[in-house]
Design a protein around this ligand. Structure first.
Ligand code: S0N
Length: 271
């Protein structure tokens, strides 16, 4: 059994670390790890910490127990206009979490340990990779329970499984086994439940041996294709970051500070 150390205490989630891996666990097993606004706020806070912390290279998202990864929005707090927070404000702040998962320049792996249903299904879809246990079940429920996600849960799902399958998943609201989800292309690997964490940690440790800048750029590139101007902005932002690391960019800044003309002639012009 590996030792996960707590990074920060929260009410609805566990936030732990093992080496360069951060693990965010939705800890509401009594409602099959359904999220309420507070759960999403806490996950957003944990994601912000993961983004800042240079010692964290991969993030694992999972649910507590062996029944559910996440069963979507907590139907007990669903009100008019969204999920009601502690101040009585209706929110759909899981969408902010989707954006954070897409935007963080580090891989996010869904470790699916049971039901990934409704908004919980969308959550695993939005993650960069999905590793599932054999008991996992996947599916959307929106059109059955008065909801839908027309964001990544539709468009990125279709990129993963194809348009026809995505329409089937949303129109029929059936459940699929982990094996079926793998065959459809929305799960990377299926393992016995007892192997789930070991397998996920092995994937993380392999990624941690790879070049972080290369991983960052490839995540940006794969996102940009779907994310339009925002995706291009994030890709372009990292191109600027790379440029700032070069002596050529520093020459411009140094020349300004030294009140001289910059000399860019010494820098190679690549074919
Ligand atoms: C997961 C299911 C299939 C499991 O069935 P099973 O094994 O028969 O167990 P149950 O007895 O049904 O459940 C066990 C206990 O857990 C509670 N519970 C389960 N799911 C929820 C939930 N979502 N909210 C609150 N409680 C839940 C049960 O009530 C039960 O507790 P007790 O015994 O005390 O009654 C089955 O449980 C199931 O189908 N669950 C509901 C799945 C669902 O419909 N989820 C909501 C779908 N909608 C969303 O997620 C909306 C998402 C959203 O906010 C959004 C909006 C806009 C854009 C994007 C999104 C997005 O999230 O992507």
């Amino acid at each position: 059994m590996r030792e996960w150390t707590t990074i920060k205490e929260y009410e609805d989630i566990l936030f732990q670390q093992y080496g360069g891996i951060a693990k965010i666990t939705i800890n509401r097993p009594q409602v099959y790890n359904a999220f309420r606004p507070k759960t999403n706020e806490e996950m957003l806070d944990a994601m912000a910490i993961c983004r800042e912390r240079a010692d964290i290279g991969v993030i694992v998202l999972t649910g507590a127990g062996d029944k559910a990864f996440c069963s979507g929005g907590d139907q007990k707090v669903k009100g008019i206009g969204g999920y009601i927070d502690d101040n009585g404000v209706p929110r759909l702040n899981v969408l902010d979490l989707h954006k954070a998962i897409r935007s963080i320049p580090k891989p996010v792996i869904a470790m699916v340990n049971g039901y990934a249903i409704g908004g919980g299904h969308v959550l695993h879809v939005v993650c960069d990779l999905t590793i599932a246990s054999e008991n996992a079940r996947f599916g959307q429920t929106g059109p059955k329970v008065g909801s839908f996600d027309a964001g990544f849960g539709a468009s990125y799902l279709a990129r993963c499984v194809g348009q026809k399958k995505a329409r089937e998943i949303w129109f029929l609201c059936r459940q699929y086994t982990a094996k079926e989800a793998e065959e459809m292309g929305m799960v990377n690997k299926v393992v016995p439940f007892e192997r789930l964490e070991d397998e996920t940690v092995e994937w993380c440790e392999t990624i941690l041996k790879r070049s972080p800048m290369a991983i960052r750029m490839i995540k940006r590139a794969l996102n940009a294709e779907l994310d339009g101007q925002r995706g291009m902005m994030e890709f372009a932002g990292d191109a600027t970051l790379l440029y700032y690391l070069m002596a050529e960019a520093q020459e411009g800044k140094n020349a300004f500070l030294e009140k001289r003309d910059p000399d860019f002639s010494k820098f190679q012009k690549f074919p």
